[in-house]
Ligand binder design. Structure first.
Ligand SMILES: O=P(O)(O)OC[C@H]1O[C@H](OP(=O)(O)OP(=O)(O)O)[C@H](O)[C@@H]1O
Length: 168
């Protein structure tokens, strides 16, 4: 689908932060969005990763669509695991606040190729951290897919280092 198909259903002119959950509630739009987000994934990816919270919704649906496993990248403190069982990174995102993302070490490893999905990227802080967490496990990042992303100085490194696809 074109970005306008989703934009009409979001009732917003915002490029950055906006609520995508109306797309989840509409069965046809959700189906199309999951298909569009998964389309850029290379055939050899083993897992789809998603960033808590809305990236878990989208990523798990894309994983099911592609026949891959799903890997949750969680906000700090949510995995009921010991420190040594986690990879952890701090970041600053669109909110200006410092946040922590974590990935359980046991979920993926050097033989795995992970495709990351989220709803949108503004500063790229969370997606950059998610990519680095995946790489810290030894797995590779095969691409990133979001509905919409800012392309500016803040996201330049993300776009340069990773294959980032957007619907917009
Ligand atoms: O590019 P950035 O500046 O990092 O911002 C984008 C991130 O922020 C939002 O998540 P948020 O933490 O607000 O959680 P949510 O999924 O619960 O909305 C969004 O879903 C992305 O994950």
């Amino acid at each position: 689908m074109e970005y306008g198909y989703y934009h009409r259903r979001l009732n917003t002119d915002a490029v950055g932060r906006y609520d995508v959950t109306p797309l989840f509630a509409d069965p046809e739009a959700f189906d199309n969005l999951v298909t569009d987000l998964g389309r850029p994934a290379p055939g050899n990816c083993t897992h789809v990763g998603g960033v808590e919270a809305l990236g878990l919704v989208l990523g798990s649906a894309v994983a099911r669509d592609l026949g891959c496993g799903f890997v949750p990248v969680r906000k700090g403190g949510k995995f009921p695991l010991r420190d040594e069982e986690l990879h952890r990174r701090q970041l600053t995102d669109y909110s200006g606040e410092t946040k922590t993302l974590e990935l359980a070490r046991e979920l993926v490893g050097p033989d795995d190729r992970v495709f990351l999905v989220d709803d949108w990227i503004e500063t790229g802080g969370q997606m950059w951290a998610a990519c680095k967490l995946v790489e810290e496990t030894g797995a590779s990042v095969t691409g990133v897919s979001v509905l919409n992303a800012h392309r500016d100085e803040r996201t330049r490194d993300l776009f340069e280092q990773y294959d980032v696809s957007t619907v917009r």
